[in-house]
Design a protein around this ligand. Sequence first.
Ligand SMILES: [Zn+2]
Length: 89
Amino acid sequence: MSINCSSCNALVEREDCHKNRYGEYICKKCQGAGVRFTRAHRLLYLQAWWEPRRLFWLTVTVVAVLVLLWFYFLLPELRLYDFIPAIFR
Ligand SMILES: [Zn+2]
Protein backbone atom coordinates (compact mmCIF):
# COMPACT_ATOMS: atom_id res chain seq x y z
CA MET A 1 0.00 0.00 0.00
CA SER A 2 1.55 3.25 -1.17
CA ILE A 3 0.73 6.65 0.28
CA ASN A 4 1.58 10.19 -0.77
CA CYS A 5 3.65 12.03 1.81
CA SER A 6 1.73 15.09 3.02
CA SER A 7 4.87 17.19 3.07
CA CYS A 8 6.91 16.32 -0.04
CA ASN A 9 4.11 14.50 -1.93
CA ALA A 10 6.41 11.56 -2.74
CA LEU A 11 4.86 8.11 -3.15
CA VAL A 12 6.06 5.97 -0.21
CA GLU A 13 5.10 2.65 1.38
CA ARG A 14 2.82 2.80 4.44
CA GLU A 15 5.55 1.25 6.61
CA ASP A 16 7.97 4.02 5.61
CA CYS A 17 5.79 6.87 6.85
CA HIS A 18 4.27 8.06 10.09
CA LYS A 19 0.68 9.19 10.65
CA ASN A 20 0.65 12.29 12.84
CA ARG A 21 -2.12 13.64 15.10
CA TYR A 22 -3.64 15.61 12.23
CA GLY A 23 -4.07 12.44 10.15
CA GLU A 24 -1.26 13.33 7.75
CA TYR A 25 1.31 10.83 6.52
CA ILE A 26 4.88 12.09 6.81
CA CYS A 27 7.63 10.01 5.15
CA LYS A 28 10.80 9.06 7.02
CA LYS A 29 12.88 11.39 4.85
CA CYS A 30 10.74 14.39 5.82
CA GLN A 31 10.66 13.24 9.45
CA GLY A 32 14.45 13.17 9.41
CA ALA A 33 14.39 16.75 8.09
CA GLY A 34 12.27 17.74 11.11
CA VAL A 35 8.82 17.89 9.49
CA ARG A 36 6.11 16.89 11.99
CA PHE A 37 3.06 18.40 10.30
CA THR A 38 2.15 20.68 7.41
CA ARG A 39 0.71 24.14 7.85
CA ALA A 40 -2.39 23.46 5.68
CA HIS A 41 -3.51 20.42 7.65
CA ARG A 42 -2.91 22.15 10.95
CA LEU A 43 -5.21 24.97 9.85
CA LEU A 44 -7.86 22.39 8.86
CA TYR A 45 -7.47 20.76 12.27
CA LEU A 46 -7.95 24.12 14.02
CA GLN A 47 -10.94 24.85 11.79
CA ALA A 48 -12.52 21.52 12.76
CA TRP A 49 -12.11 22.41 16.42
CA TRP A 50 -14.61 25.25 16.05
CA GLU A 51 -17.48 22.94 15.16
CA PRO A 52 -21.00 24.25 16.05
CA ARG A 53 -21.69 21.84 18.93
CA ARG A 54 -18.40 22.63 20.66
CA LEU A 55 -18.97 26.36 20.08
CA PHE A 56 -22.45 26.02 21.63
CA TRP A 57 -21.14 24.39 24.82
CA LEU A 58 -18.31 26.92 25.04
CA THR A 59 -20.91 29.72 24.87
CA VAL A 60 -23.09 28.01 27.52
CA THR A 61 -20.07 27.66 29.83
CA VAL A 62 -19.00 31.29 29.38
CA VAL A 63 -22.59 32.52 30.05
CA ALA A 64 -22.86 30.28 33.16
CA VAL A 65 -19.57 31.62 34.55
CA LEU A 66 -20.68 35.22 33.89
CA VAL A 67 -24.03 34.60 35.66
CA LEU A 68 -22.22 33.07 38.67
CA LEU A 69 -19.83 36.05 38.82
CA TRP A 70 -22.79 38.44 38.53
CA PHE A 71 -24.54 36.72 41.49
CA TYR A 72 -21.32 36.73 43.49
CA PHE A 73 -20.93 40.48 43.11
CA LEU A 74 -24.68 41.16 43.41
CA LEU A 75 -25.29 39.34 46.74
CA PRO A 76 -23.75 42.05 48.99
CA GLU A 77 -25.87 44.67 47.19
CA LEU A 78 -29.08 42.75 47.94
CA ARG A 79 -28.33 42.90 51.72
CA LEU A 80 -30.08 39.58 52.36
CA TYR A 81 -28.45 39.31 55.79
CA ASP A 82 -29.78 42.59 57.22
CA PHE A 83 -32.30 40.75 59.42
CA ILE A 84 -29.39 39.28 61.40
CA PRO A 85 -28.60 41.54 64.39
CA ALA A 86 -25.27 43.31 64.16
CA ILE A 87 -24.00 41.54 67.29
CA PHE A 88 -23.95 38.20 65.45
CA ARG A 89 -22.07 39.52 62.43
ZN1 LIG B 1 7.95 13.41 2.59
